[in-house]
Design a protein around this ligand. Sequence first.
Ligand code: GLN
Length: 317
Amino acid sequence: MTTTLHTAALDDLIGDIVLHHRPRHESGTVPRNIPFLAEVPFDRFGIAVATTSGDVFSSGDADVPFSIQSISKVFTLAMALQGTRTGRLWSRVLREPSGTSFNSLVQLEAEQGIPRNPFINAGALVVTDHLMEETPDAAARLLRFLTEQAGNQEGDGGRQGPVIDEAAAASELASSSRNLALAHFLKDFGNLTQAAGAVVENYVRQCSIMMSCVQLAKAGLFLANDGQGTAGTVLSRNEAKRVGSIMLTCGMYDAAGEFAYRVGLPGKSGVGGGILAIVPGHCAICVWSPRLDAKGNSLAGTAALADLSDRTGWSVF
Ligand code: GLN
């Protein structure tokens, strides 16, 4: 793998990625259950690369905050793995690709309430419940974690740090029947200790955190850097490797195989249009473009990462 590019070359390259991949015409979809995401202009496009040597490169709308949605699931999993009860966590959620959509009910029913992995909604609800057993407001803990790792206002030229968009969360919660159904299934199978409604509410607030590409790339750097984050150790080297493995196999839901084929990097998407991708040992990349493909992954974001990987040789293969 070619991992070293000169600063100027990387600056030029990501500038070029923005030129080529920023959508010129509206195509793709927006999530039905989160109305405010439809209001984000289709031609927003940003990319940021945070390197293990401490540099951050960015281009396009890389400083514009967007809704991180399911990218939050990588960080809640990391927080859960920081604790001492990981054996219990892994008895409640598997580590297999689901091959089904991120909010599918059928598999959860067929498999007796044990979600396939922590990155589908059912799995993230279990991780949230696990965190809430010790920290009732797991979303607030996540926000603190992200603020610490992403760097805050001062180091960021006065820009706003991560925030929970409570209005967006309330509006998503009002149309969360499917996530509530998943939570009630989990509860019925004995795989939720808190009330289903409380877990969904906390989960939706995690998804409603607003961050920019630059902030997400910095916050995800520990995954490329043997568990060492911008603000100290997040995970051991082995745990960081394992989170990367789950991203590779499960991070893009039922498009994980296609993403591995096209991009060759561990990634995690969110329906806000962001994708966090990891080049182990070298950098964390965050790309954002709000319109989605049929599987709920950013259309232009995936194409941009495929292009970037082809042009740099960045790949785990
Ligand atoms: N909040 C969204 C949901 O639960 C997150 C889904 C996603 O980003 N894939 O439906």
